[in-house]
Design a protein around this ligand. Structure first.
Ligand code: NAD
Length: 473
């Protein structure tokens, strides 16, 4: 039995950030990982997906290059090079994280961990050794994996999850995406830009159903414009695997329909595996398959914390896991954590990009909050015109009585980079006036944020004026 101050299980963006924070706070930390450092986000999620999307964006731009006065006679996609590029990016970032862990004196144990009462952490190491750590505190950060719904035929050779799409980056002429959530629309967007015939089947009435209605609807229009077929209210019933392709059978508006494709991506959510983490009768209170935690990420078992996808309640996002890792370790070290865990930006790296933070207008109304919405159409934004982007908007939702910003939704160039300043405004309780009161450089996409903030009170300079009363002098 080896004594440790802190054992963190899982080295994804939750676990490795928790370990680094522990080192900063002077807590000696052992980090256990059964696969690669960086977890899903770095190895099979956010990072390689964004690399593939970046390749798709470059190809889409190359096809449009003549519009900008650049002649590219024949642009084509080398899918194995797209995959190699994604793997190279992943490798570089992973090396960086491993160096950071080593430089901070964090002990990295490679193996499969199970947690037992004590708390004890029992590790079956990759070299076959069994090690048992008795820890003062344990942080569980084991993430999630793609969930396959109970649909017949999903075991066929042409059916993939995001894991398979990223390890292969297959060259396909046609792709059916089951699920119009974040993963589904990101792959649909990339493959539409690569020139594949893409069909998205979403069971609910719109794409990205958890976000503001206008975001999913506008994205559907943008995808359709690039040749995608988007079917909402489409519930997939079965996949038939045939020699020359797979056929997806779905139900829509009371009719049974079929669509054939070279490959099928299943993107219908992710699941957590709590059961195989618990040994010797350890029982962690769970809710819908995820571990119940309090505001300081404490589970029902003393000295055991859970963060990231496996912790119930939070959004399953890498940056949430990292923030929770910092909050959990701060609680362990008994120091205050200044991060506002309630204000979480969500980003979708589709073309066009989408981001959202705080409340939508509909959510504010449901909560009985009267709001004013400032909306700026990015067609009036210089950088948007320069980049040749046609659709886009930024919406800011502010409380009607005092002007405090409570939400924002963006669909425009670099939306994923712009959402940060609106998240800051929300987390710090700023009014739209206060958030608008800095000079934004010209020409930038960011100017649109300023305009949307000003539009809350009808004062956006680059929007057509609403009917004004004559001002007498
Ligand atoms: P999701 O829950 O976001 O979306 C799944 C979609 O599939 C839902 O809209 C659901 O209605 C639909 N669906 C379910 N069963 C269906 C069926 N039988 N037929 C048709 N549609 C069906 O899940 P996801 O897209 O797999 O993403 C998983 C998690 O990973 C999410 O929490 C997401 O936020 C996170 N993620 C985030 C990013 C990012 O931040 N950019 C990227 C990838 C994943």
């Amino acid at each position: 039995m080896e004594q440790r101050e802190l054992v963190v299980v899982g080295a994804g963006p939750g676990g490795y950030v928790a370990a680094l924070k522990a080192a900063q706070l002077g807590i000696s930390c052992t980090l256990v990982e059964r696969a690669e450092v960086g977890g899903t986000c770095l190895n099979r999620g956010c990072v390689p997906t964004k690399s593939v999307l970046h390749s798709a964006e470059i190809f889409a731009q190359a096809k449009e290059a003549a519009l900008f006065g650049v002649r590219i006679p024949e642009a084509s996609v080398d899918f194995s090079a797209v995959r190699d590029r994604a793997q190279e990016v992943v490798g570089r970032i992973r090396d960086g994280v491993e160096s950071l862990l080593a430089a901070n004196g964090i002990e990295l144990v490679r193996g499969e961990a199970r947690i037992a009462p004590g708390p004890l952490v029992k590790v079956t190491c990759q070299d076959g050794d069994e090690r048992v750590f008795s820890a003062h505190d344990v942080v569980i950060a084991t993430g999630s994996e793609p969930a396959l719904p109970p649909i017949q035929g999903l075991d066929g050779p042409r059916v993939m999850t995001s894991d398979g799409m990223l390890s292969d980056v297959p060259c396909v002429g046609s792709l059916v995406v089951i699920g119009g959530g974040v993963i589904g629309v990101e792959f649909a967007s990339a493959y539409a830009d690569f020139g594949a015939a893409v069909t998205v089947l979403e069971a609910l009435p719109r794409l990205l159903p958890t976000l503001d209605r206008e975001l999913g609807q506008s994205l559907a229009l943008a995808l359709k414009k690039r040749g995608c077929t988007v079917c909402t209210n489409a519930l997939v019933r079965e996949v038939r695997n045939e020699t020359d392709g797979a056929v997806v059978v779905y139900e829509s508006k009371g009719e049974v329909r079929e669509v054939r494709a070279d490959a099928i991506l299943v993107a219908t959510g992710r699941r957590c595996d709590v059961a195989s983490l618990c040994a010797d009768g350890l029982e962690l209170a769970c809710e819908q398959g995820r571990i119940v935690v309090d505001g300081q990420l404490r589970t029902s078992v003393p000295h055991v914390y859970a963060i990231g996808d496996i912790a119930a309640g939070g959004l399953q996002l890498a940056h949430v896991a990292s923030a929770q890792g910092i909050a959990a370790v701060s609680a362990i070290a008994n120091v205050p954590c200044e991060i506002d865990l309630a204000c979480v930006p969500s980003c979708v790296y589709s073309n066009p990009e989408i981001s959202s933070v705080g409340m939508s207008e509909a959510e504010a109304k449901e909560s009985g909050i009267e709001v004013q919405v400032g909306k700026y159409l990015m067609t009036g934004n210089g950088k948007t015109v320069i980049a040749g982007m046609d659709r886009g908007f930024i919406k800011v939702v502010a409380r009607a009585d005092d002007g405090v910003v409570v939400g924002a939704q963006l669909l425009c160039g670099r939306a994923t980079d712009l959402v940060g300043e609106l998240a800051l405004a929300i987390a710090r309780g700023m009014t739209a006036d206060e958030a608008a009161s800095v000079i934004r450089a010209h020409p930038t996409f960011e100017e649109g944020v300023g305009e949307a903030l000003e539009a809350v009170f009808g004062c956006a300079v680059h929007s057509l004026p609403k009917a004004r009363k004559a001002v007498s002098r």
